[in-house]
Ligand binder design. Sequence first.
Ligand code: 5GP
Length: 206
Amino acid sequence: MMKEGLLLVISGPSGTGKGTVCKELLKSEKDIKLSVSATTREPRNGEVNGINYYFLDKDTFERQISEDEFLEYAKVYDNYYGTPKKYVIDEINEGNDVLLEIDIQGALQVKEKYPKGIFIFILPPSMNELKKRIVGRGTESEESISKRFGSALDEINYVKEYDYFVINDTVEKAVEKIRGIIRSEKCKVNENIEDLISKFKEEISC
Ligand code: 5GP
């Protein structure tokens, strides 16, 4: 049996810089596959369909829900977001590591369905810094800023459901910590160790 890839799930409150951290991680770890989510929200300036998201209308998204095409989906700030299931399953079965950057509701659904996943929560260095980052991004309306900041505090509690936390003080340090997590996960003794033992046994017998 081929060794399964790792399913890495990264979440954290809006403004923690998890998007940047994931982007930098993918730049240096070229073998990790990014799962492109589907969403009903409008594309922001510069966002490209199929690269940043699959931008779907509400009817299409709801049809795909009913056809069980999502590994998880959630309503975030009045829009649907979801992870297309087939891509993730195919890549993991091929032995590739897959990264999901999704919200907490979605991560908890994935944890139910695939507890072997590695759940990483990105935290800001401080709440002040978090607010600065949300405002500084300049892409959100004032209403959306206060909504996102308000939910950030509630969301931080969910760190307890995750396997690892990473404080994003600088992107480089955060990425380095995630690389460390991946390295140790790859050395973890689990059911995959049987394959290695069988390989060693075969080597002795020939
Ligand atoms: P944004 O609109 O800023 O791109 O994303 C808003 C939130 O939706 C972020 O917290 C992001 O992680 C989350 N998100 C993006 N894709 C997915 C997804 O496929 N599933 C879930 N549950 N959340 C997602």
